[in-house]
Design a protein around this ligand. Structure first.
Ligand code: ADP
Length: 391
């Protein structure tokens, strides 16, 4: 059993104490229950406290308050003055910088933690463990190379093999793919997930990249200002963000301010400011009629078409289309809908054979439409911020 539990975790750096601003920790009261065997991702913008959380789990930072358990055993508890040092926590870590020992071969880099953490193994057993880890990450045959003779992607694979070779109960990853180019990142991402499954360990992974989080995680914790903003499966986070902050972070690029008309059974009717009509959408968070809120829509799901809006069709609105940008798989048009400037999409069909993709006509008389399932109605961020400040 090797789940991780965080109870009331706080971390203040001494630098924080000299400011006159209200004291806010790098971690500001975090409770998390990471399940045994789970791939758990901490997601959020730079500075929200992800790395500090990971370092507290690793034992590289001492919490200012709170308790951390790994596999049911307390590894840090400020009230009881318990602090287990990192080398006694049975964890493997992979960082953004590969942090390999340059003077050692690939084999020795991977065998080193096996030799030191699992004392009593024979040379043969150490070689077998290191060899298995290297073949799991696809590096069999490169044992004798020096790290400098490998590509960045291969070096990160060595770091991964080193992390798993000593059979830790917990794997911690801090943005391990951010130094790699896009194609390699995708390949290593798939391999990471496979290694997680084959190694059968609990993994905690820090990233600011939502695509990475969605692809890797069993569950995602979105963090903001040292606190938990939303916890959910990748689909919950991607399709049903519970706050405006999460919606923006996972790519809802149209946000229409307005007023909630009604909410029932997870669905809401909403009137954007300045509109005579209503927009229907999903309402994952609690809302009451009359409350201020935003309707969040991804531009990919707001579709632009020529001519008048079809009469009586739900979520279809008259629009004036402005400049169009070619995005490869679709066009993105800037549109104006009742005083709001939004981004909408235009499928490529019918245009790609013309070959003049950069010279689409403007359509002063057009309409946009969106399926109610692709609209998320959320409470106003001002309300959220007030809640965050008050807590
Ligand atoms: P993230 O990983 O989400 O980018 P971090 O956990 O690195 O965020 O940082 C959270 C906050 O704590 C930031 O405001 C950062 O400046 C601060 N911080 C992190 N490490 C230190 C440190 N060693 N000393 C002082 N402040 C720190």
């Amino acid at each position: 059993m090797s789940g991780v539990a965080l109870h009331g975790l706080r971390k203040y750096f001494t630098a924080d104490t000299v400011t006159t601003a209200p004291r806010r920790g790098a971690i500001d009261g975090l409770d998390l229950d990471i399940r045994d065997g789970e791939f758990f991702v901490l997601l959020g913008p730079s500075g929200c406290g992800k790395t500090t959380t990971l370092r507290c789990i690793a034992g590289l930072e001492e919490p200012s308050a709170g308790r951390i358990e790994i596999g049911g055993a307390v590894v840090a508890d400020t009230a009881a003055r318990v602090f287990v040092p990192p080398d006694k926590r049975e964890i493997g870590m992979v960082f953004q910088s590969y942090a390999l020992w340059p003077h050692m071969t690939v084999f020795d880099n991977v065998a080193y933690p096996v030799r030191h953490r699992r004392r009593g193994l024979s040379r043969l057993e150490i070689a077998r463990e290191a060899g298995e880890a290297l073949s799991l990450v696809g590096l069999a045959g490169l044992e004798g190379r020096a790290p400098a003779e490998l590509s960045g992607g291969q070096q990160q694979r060595v770091a991964l093999a080193r992390a798993i070779a000593a059979r830790p109960r917990l794997l911690l990853f801090d943005e391990p793919l951010s130094n790699l180019d896009a194609q390699l990142r995708l390949r290593l991402r798939q391999d990471l997930r496979r290694v997680h499954e084959e190694a059968g360990r609990t993994s905690v992974y820090v990233t600011h990249d939502q695509a990475e989080a969605l692809a890797l995680a069993d569950r995602v914790a979105v963090m903001r200002l040292g606190r938990l903003e939303q916890l959910g499966t990748p689909t919950e986070i991607f399709l049903a963000p519970a706050t405006r902050f999460v919606a923006e972070f996972v790519g809802f690029d149209n946000l229409l301010p307005g007023t909630v008309i009604s909410r029932e059974a997870g669905q809401a009717a909403f009137r954007p400011d300045g509109w005579s009509g209503e927009i229907a959408g999903r309402a994952p968070a609690a809302l009451r009629p009359g409350q201020r809120g935003v309707a969040a829509i991804r531009s990919a799901n707001l579709r632009l078409a020529r001519g008048e809006a079809p009469h009586g069709q739900v979520n279809s609105f008259a629009a004036a289309a402005g400049p169009v940008t070619y995005l490869g798989e679709r066009f993105q048009a800037e549109v104006e809908v009742a005083g709001h400037r939004l981004f909408a999409s235009l499928p490529l069909e019918g245009w790609n054979e013309r070959g003049d993709l950069h010279h689409l006509p403007h359509w002063p008389h057009a309409h946009v439409g969106v399926a109610p399932g692709d609209v998320v109605i959320l409470p106003d961020a001002a309300g959220e911020d007030a809640l965050a400040e008050a807590a």
